[in-house]
Write a protein that binds this ligand. Sequence first.
Ligand SMILES: [Zn+2]
Ligand SMILES: [Zn+2]
Length: 255
Amino acid sequence: MKLTILGSGTFFPELDRHFSSYLVQTDGLNLVFDFGTGVMDGLLKAGLNYYDIDTIFLTHLHPDHFSELPALLFISLAEPPERKLRKRDLVIYGPKGFAEVYEHLEKAFHLKKYQPKYKVIIKELEDNDVTKINECIIKNYRVEHSRSLTCLSYRIESENKILAYSGDSNDCEGLRSTCQNSDLAILEATMEKKLEEGHLNGELSGKIAQESNVQKLVLSHIHSSVIKSYQPVKKAKLYFKGEVLLAKDGMEIEV
Ligand SMILES: [Zn+2]
Ligand SMILES: [Zn+2]
């Protein structure tokens, strides 16, 4: 299983830290988790294009986690006849509320008028759903982040390895279940020492990783100013005894 970090930033625009997105390549699949602005740039740099994406999983519907979706839908559905590059269905999983958001996108961007040979399939996940694609198993858990949105984390089990991704989350039961015994956990570390509800920081991520028996920790969803002033990797290492990496756009990790 190979992880490529496409977007390691927050919702503040930064040149070298795009909005949230992660490519997971396993079992012949190209799975993309979250689809924030900058994801296509990252995919092209990783040697892939829009038509290579098999399935997208969205953690929640804050724009920094799915803002590039309209552009993907437009190119995927409206490919010119001489350049029909997408050959298979595009499946997009999201939390409760995603089907309604998709309907709005369809309307706003007049997407229904296009008739591609394949389908765009939208699926809403329930809490604790298990999705199987080929031999790859993706489990989702409800996490605490926003009062008004359903927010999910994902646990990918494939090729005898486990990769956990927090999305945006507090320390909560769902996040702990996601991380338990994982080989690699991507945890958000948005906040500095002062914590606001609905996010983690370096210390808390380190603590969760240690108590959940995680093997390797990647801290992500961080603004460069927080990296400078708060040094989240150092803080995570106060609690976590394994390797801690600071996510960077373009970073590739073999799980
Ligand atoms: Zn969020
Ligand atoms: Zn976010």
